[in-house]
Design a protein around this ligand. Structure first.
Ligand code: NAP
Ligand code: MG
Length: 506
């Protein structure tokens, strides 16, 4: 069994206190590897390494083309190791091998995309239109890296979340410290090995593991860190923003959701039923933008729910490494208990379980954290199961009458991450999409996120964007330069230098 190391300042090192902890496979509770349990001291070492690399090292001073080559080396190595990374990720996180295989494929494609993007970030000048003073001055902006970035990621898409953080930060010339979730550290530590193997300039990338409450605090409060990029719960996001305020760090947050999924009367059920199952139950519902509130037309409700229930019933729960498995375990015992607590809350609130909602312990499944996917009907939007993020396989179904009512219910949430509309009248669906207060809306689709398109939350789902030009620019500062060639001067005293020249009398 492997005992991993922290990656700090270009070296593989043990945690300062030499502590390690087991990371387990949520399918069978077995330990898959030993992980360094870092402390605040390790976080400070990593921060110092990143700071030195940014202030004195070659990385931020390289051309975009050179940075691109380095990032491409990492992308190629991820590509070579795709299968192996998917297998490790399945064991560490409980994601089915189909899901983690897709993640590993996307991880290499997205890293390659960021390698391409790096070529554009050269500190190149962009002229400011309409501001050039005849012949003697040139005014322009340049984009520069922010500096040292602390990056904290969750356990649901550990490999992909790492790439989403590393890629844009590196493309734009930043140095960083990445901290994966305690439950799923393996893929980030494997990435650390890849950076080490390719001989990445030291201190540019640092990967540390250990409790978020301790290491995250050090990362968010340190005056040596310029930006915190966080993906995780809204609750921790709030805390991070609060702590980062002490040094006025740049903050981007990708937090929770309770995404509304509106099925219109004319939806094509051939795709809407499966699509709604995909929206809510992919990866056991442990996806931030899952469509966890399904809004159905009152008169179609019963039949639509019956079709979903029938399809859910057939699914095989099992070992995530078995290609036949369609439903893996949830991430941990703690998460399983939290999800099952929500099932009880829903029942007490008066919602009715149409299926699932209990732990499955048949045979080998008894060693893992399996929950039979649950659908609640008779839900009203005021219930906690409609308002709070459960982050597990629990769908709340609500009925609506008019289109206006559907939109009102959809928007009645503190969250605004994703949303969806199913209809064959795409123009009507687009009109509804415009009324939804969410960062992404899918029409007859779900879960598609392209590295070329911005992703992020309205309201309490987050601040800032990832992906697309807007997402990459979140890792840059914008500098404006006013330049005078110093060859002539206006014949004005210093205290009148901003006073416009008197116009010729008209
Ligand atoms: P979490 O508890 O908020 O943890 C996320 C990360 O933050 C982990 O690395 C965690 O470390 C760390 N952390 C915990 N407390 C911290 C603190 N006080 N200061 C700094 N860092 C701290 O979330 P999770 O349970 O892992 O993930 C599920 C949540 O992530 C859901 O709410 C989901 O919606 C959200 N999510 C959002 C997106 C998005 O793009 N919007 C994507 C994926 C997931 P430890 O593991 O050591 O506690
Ligand atoms: Mg694990």
């Amino acid at each position: 069994m492997e005992t991993y190391k922290l990656y700090i300042g270009g070296k593989m090192v043990d945690a300062e206190a030499a502590k390690i902890y087991p990371t387990i496979n949520p399918y069978n509770g077995e330990t898959i590897a030993m992980i360094p349990q870092g402390s605040a001291g390790d976080a400070h070492l990593a921060i110092a390494a990143a700071r030195a690399a940014f202030d004195k090292g070659p990385w931020p001073r390289m051309s975009g083309a050179e940075r691109s080559e380095w990032i491409a080396k990492v992308a190629n190595r991820i590509k070579e190791r795709q299968k192996d990374l998917a297998r490790l990720e399945s064991m560490d996180s409980g994601g089915t091998i189909a899901k983690t295989g897709a993640d590993a494929f996307l991880a290499q494609r997205q890293m390659a995309f960021f390698a391409e993007q790096a070529k554009k970030y050269n500190g190149e000048a962009k002229e400011i239109e309409g501001l050039q003073r005849a012949g003697r001055a040139f005014n322009y902006t340049i984009r520069e890296p922010i500096g040292v970035c602390a990056q904290i990621i969750p356990w649901n898409f550990p490999l992909l979340m790492a790439v989403w953080k590393l890629g844009p930060a590196l493309a734009t010339g930043n140095c960083l410290i990445l901290k994966p979730a305690t439950d799923t550290p393996v893929s980030a530590l494997e990435l650390a090995k890849i950076f080490h193997e390719v001989g990445f300039p030291e201190g540019v990338v640092n990967v540390i593991t250990g409790p978020g409450s301790v290491m995250g605090k050090a990362m968010t409060e340190s005056p040596l860190v310029d930006k915190v990029a966080f993906t995780g719960s809204t609750e921790v996001g709030r805390e991070i923003m609060h702590k980062a305020a002490g040094t006025l760090k740049k903050v981007t947050l990708e937090c929770g959701g309770k995404s509304p999924n509106i099925v219109l009367h004319d939806a094509n059920w051939d795709i809407a039923v499966d699509g709604s199952l995909f929206a809510s139950f992919y990866h056991q519902g442990q996806v931030c933008e899952s469509g966890t509130r399904l809004l159905l037309p009152r008169d179609q409700h019963d039949k639509f729910v019956a079709e979903m229930v029938a399809k859910l019933d057939e699914l095989k729960l099992g070992d995530p490494l078995d290609p036949e498995t369609k439903v893996g375990p949830v991430i941990s015992e703690r998460q399983m208990r939290a999800v099952l607590d929500y099932v009880e809350i829903g029942k007490k609130e008066g919602a009715k379980l149409a299926c699932g909602g209990y732990r499955v312990t048949d045979g080998a499944l008894g060693k893992g954290y399996f929950i039979k996917p649950a659908i609640f009907t008779d839900v009203t939007n005021r219930m906690r199961i409609a308002q709070e993020e459960i982050f597990g396989p629990v769908l709340a179904v609500l009925k609506y009458g008019s289109e206006d009512e559907a939109v009102d219910i959809a928007n009645d949430s503190i969250f605004g991450l994703g949303g969806g509309v199913w209809s064959q009248d795409v123009d009507r669906a687009k009109r509804i999409a415009q009324r939804m207060r969410t960062g992404t809306v899918w029409i007859n689709e779900w879960h598609i996120l392209s590295e070329r398109a911005p992703f992020g939350g309205y309201k309490q789902s987050g601040i800032g964007r990832e992906f697309g030009d807007d997402g990459i620019n979140e890792y840059t500062e914008l500098k404006t330069l006013y330049v005078d060639d110093a060859k002539t001067r206006d014949n004005k005293p210093w205290y009148d230098m901003l006073v416009p020249r008197a116009k010729a009398s008209s």
